[in-house]
Write a protein that binds this ligand. Structure first.
Ligand code: ARG
Ligand code: ZN
Length: 879
């Protein structure tokens, strides 16, 4: 059944108070609820019956105003409970029985190792008790948890602890009260034998907040980074948005079995262990940065998500897009802004662009869905963040802040829409955002054609931009997007030239960078007093989520690679040049022609490696060739063998021609005996050193082998240890590779976060290549199909990041994926449905591969008892 945004109606009933009582036992849990229900005076639709959501619940008893209901006064269905003929206000009491121990979908209340925990977003609360499970029903929650005191000494829920005590037969209880009204998707409960690591934060207005992280005892030394990230986030949200924390306690819990990264439950954030636990010897630099970003993301939700929440799930990007924008700005402020932008754009251009041109393409505010879990997508999150970022660019820092202040003030305590967000931005800034709203409604990636001319006589530079969007092609009333197009002109020394758009401008005050309001289908911008032919700098900082057709020659790209003043564009010039060169080699490969690597690329890399002035953080990114996924995304029809071969040839050529420079880079960026620090400069240096090692060893360099083996045994942090392992695993030195893998596992097998890395390093190795190795790993003691992290590290890693093997023309990779989707469909539909994505990306491949992928999709679709999750993705992907 498809749900449509246009069918939205206000809830017919409201729940002012929600009083919950949980009895947790080894056989199951009893949940008693007392709901103060009232007819919604604003409801469009009046009905005499109350319909509550509920899934897999066993109803034990039900009463209204203290009187048990008799049969005929209510009806239980697959999807919930209907109470027939209710009054305008009443107290509804329900007792239900649930089986957390049997839940494998990891929604509602479930068990992860020895603890009870919850995941309610988006529609998990209905697996706990009968309720109005929709975000526009906000209620005050009081939660009492009772459980065995020895097994579950820690009992947590949202808000403040108000009471605790011992009960008979070794049990105890704790009562929690959340003073803030919230939708039930923000409800959380945790029970377990956990340790707490405590810290404190004093807010700008002087209130003391306890910060408390709960982990299983073996993880007590892995909390420091999350806690310091949390404090930095709290400070940042005060400084940049004027937002203070609002409860006396903020709790974080780490759980091993979790479908997503983390969840922003009010006052009680629950995290996937892999997104919160770290210490230098087990977590890599990228894990450190991911943790910092996710801790911030969940914390920022307290305002953008909890205090102001979504009216309905079509508005998901209201909280997710805005919060991703906020966490990206935070990370940019804490680390290298340019590098953060490069990473985000890289993800957007590979994965989100692919999603946006694939069968599940949808707008930032979708207009329909079958299963909301399928819409926690790159489009909602990353493109949604880009859309907020564009508003930021159009308004500027100060007006944007005025807009966000107005938004929080106007809508505090409400459940609202993306339109409300844009309206607040418009009202506070005075900037007309009517046309801008199109970004929320239209799917697909706009394409910009750039044309420019220089008239030396008139000293005039003319820029003509035109836009189109593949999803609205042929649409009679196709209207243009409002695109902030950040632009500059560079002279031959790579200096920005003053931009004078009309003669009156005072030359000295002319800006050297402009955000052009590109609002027409085709639009011309003129710049005067340009004395010499400049090189244009287009879409600086990737100022809008669009594709700009490449108009640069290789020589211009080389110039930009060395001289661009915009860090992002400088990196992008390198990517475009490398991609162009790899693409022509791939062409030659397909036609059986001789292959050679344009010497200009080698020289450019040499120039970067010997440059004394380039920032190391930027250099560390520039040293990485475009990924195979990005090269596939750039192609109309991708030939994976050709791309793989061409990319490797370029990498090996760099290794051979730049051996001396790469070895020097390795040595210069190696610190012996220095303490680990996760600051961005240290991270950049480790990244540089490890890239150099990887390039050399992939090409079979024997000096690099010695360095890698030495690094592998002497590393004092996981970044260096795993980088050495990756380099060895991707080399042709078979015995060294096997022995390193065995050593690593023996050393780390007790640490799930490290084992995840060990698994994915093997599954992404193009060298190890064979699908057989992946299948063998699935029978290894380290694998567990019920644990999403393990599934992602093995099946996900292979299908998404081992493209040459996954797309093998035997079709076995596709079959392998389909087999596992079918298996997971029963255990964990959300994970199954996410996993299937690579099979839905056939469009980029030739007929033969498309047919193989389609056959597997058909096989999945013909399964009985297909979950809504998998059904939606697969049925939309079938041609
Ligand atoms: N709101 C969470 C976050 O982005 C993600 C929850 C995802 N839940 C889901 N069922 N897909 O921080
Ligand atoms: Zn979020």
């Amino acid at each position: 059944r498809t749900i449509f945004l246009k069918d939205y109606q206000k809830p017919p009933f409201l729940i002012d108070e929600t009083v919950l009582h949980f009895d947790l036992n080894e056989q199951g849990a009893t949940v008693k609820s007392r709901l103060s229900v009232r007819r919604n005076p604003e409801a469009e639709l009046t009905t005499s019956d109350l319909t509550l959501d509920g899934v897999d619940l066993e109803l034990v008893s039900i009463a209204i105003d203290g009187v048990a209901l008799s049969e005929g006064q209510y009806a239980v269905t697959e999807e919930g409970l209907k109470v027939i003929g209710v009054a305008d206000t009443f107290l509804l009491e329900c007792e239900t029985l649930i089986k957390p121990q049997e839940i494998t979908c990891l929604e509602g209340l479930y068990k992860s190792s020895s603890m009870f925990c919850t995941q309610c977003e988006a529609e998990g609360f209905r697996r706990i008790t009968y309720y109005l499970d929709r975000p526009d029903v906000m209620s005050r929650f009081t939660t009492t948890i009772t459980a065995d005191k020895t097994l579950y000494p820690v009992l947590l829920s949202n808000g403040n602890e108000v009471e605790r005590g011992d009960l008979e037969s070794g049990r105890h209880f704790v009562r929690w009260e959340d003073p803030f009204r919230k939708p039930c998707y923000l409800f959380a409960l945790v029970a377990g034998d956990l340790l707490n690591i405590d810290d404190q934060y004093v807010t700008a207005s002087g209130r003391k907040v306890s910060l408390r992280m709960f982990v299983e005892p073996q993880n007590k030394d892995k909390c420091e980074h999350a806690l310091s990230s949390l404090k930095a986030s709290m400070k940042w949200d005060e400084d940049v948005y004027g937002r203070e924390y609002d409860l006396d306690i903020f709790m974080i819990v780490a759980v091993d079995d979790f479908n997503m990264g983390a969840m922003e439950n009010k006052g009680l954030n629950i995290f996937n262990s892999s997104c919160v636990l770290a210490k230098p010897d087990t977590a890599t630099d990228s894990t450190y940065q991911r943790i910092e970003a996710i801790v911030a993301h969940e914390y920022f939700h307290n305002w953008s998500g909890n205090r102001v929440t979504c009216r309905d799930w079509f508005q998901l990007s209201l909280k997710e897009g805005f919060t991703v924008f906020r966490d990206a700005e935070f990370s940019a402020d804490m680390n290298s802004r340019t590098v953060k932008r490069i990473e985000d754009v890289n993800l957007l251009r590979t994965a989100q662009f692919a999603e946006d041109s694939g069968p599940m393409s949808h707008p930032v505010r979708p207009s329909s869905f079958i299963e909301i879990s399928n819409f926690y997508t790159l489009t909602i999150y990353e493109k949604g963040a880009e859309v907020v970022g564009m508003i930021h660019r159009l308004l500027g820092e100060e007006l944007f802040r005025k807009g966000s202040d107005l938004y929080f003030e106007r809508h505090d305590g409400q459940a609202v829409t993306t339109d409300d967000f844009v309206q607040a931005m418009q009202d506070a800034s005075g900037k007309d955002l009517t046309q801008f709203k199109r970004w929320y409604d239209i799917a697909g990636t706009p394409v910009i054609d750039v044309d420019y001319q220089y008239d030396e006589q008139a000293q005039l530079f003319t820029l003509t931009l035109s836009q189109s969007c593949p999803s609205t092609e042929g649409d009679a009333d196709e209207k243009p997007f409002h695109i902030p197009f950040t632009f500059a002109l560079l002279d031959s020394n790579g200096c920005n030239i003053p931009l004078i758009q009309n003669d009156d401008a005072v030359f000295a005050n002319a800006p050297t960078e402009l955000v052009l309001d590109f609002v027409e289908t085709e639009q011309t911008f003129k710049f005067q007093h340009i004395e010499k032919e400049p090189v244009p700098s287009l879409l600086r900082g990737f100022s809008a989520p669009v594709k700009v057709k490449n108009t640069f020659s290789r020589d211009q790209l080389l110039f930009l690679m060395m001289n661009e003043t915009d860090g992002f564009n400088r990196w992008d010039a390198g990517q475009r040049l490398s991609a162009d060169i790899i693409q022509s080699i791939a062409e030659d490969y397909m036609h059986g022609r001789a292959l050679n690597v344009d010497a200009r690329l080698v020289n450019a890399y040499r120039g970067l490696l010997v440059s004394k002035s380039i920032d190391k953080a930027l250099l560390s990114k520039m040293l990485m060739l475009p990924t195979e996924s990005y090269l596939i995304e750039l192609a109309d029809e991708a030939n994976i063998e050709a791309i793989h071969h061409a990319r490797n040839l370029v990498r090996d050529t760099l290794a051979e021609k730049l051996k001396i420079e790469l070895l020097r880079c390795y040595q210069e960026n190696t610190d012996v005996g220095a303490a680990y620090s996760a600051d961005f400069n240290s991270i950049a240096r480790r990244s540089l050193k490890n890239s150099a090692l990887n390039i050399l060893l992939s090409a079979g360099d024997s000096d690099a082998l010695v360095l890698a083996e030495k690094q592998f045994v002497s590393a004092t942090n996981m970044t260096d240890e795993s980088a050495a392992l990756i380099a060895l695993v991707n080399s042709d030195f078979v015995s060294q590779r096997e022995s390193a893998l065995n050593t690593f596992y023996a050393k780390w097998k007790a640490d799930p976060q490290v084992v995840e890395q060990w698994l994915s390093i093997q599954c992404t190795s193009a060298k190890s290549g064979t699908l057989e190795a992946v299948k063998r790993l699935m029978t290894h003691e380290a694998f567990d199909i019920k644990n999403p992290n393990k599934v992602r590290s093995v099946i996900g890693a292979f299908c998404n990041h081992n493209l040459i093997n996954f797309h093998n023309l035997s079709g076995e990779g596709y079959q392998f994926l389909a087999d596992n989707v079918i298996k997971l469909n029963k255990l964990n539909p959300q994970i199954a449905s996410r996993l299937v994505t690579p099979l839905t990306r056939g469009k980029k491949f030739n007929q033969e591969r498309q047919a193989l992928m389609q056959a597997q999709l058909h096989r999945i679709l013909s399964e009985e008892n297909l979950s809504k999750d998998v059904y939606e993705v697969v049925s939309k992907s079938i041609k």
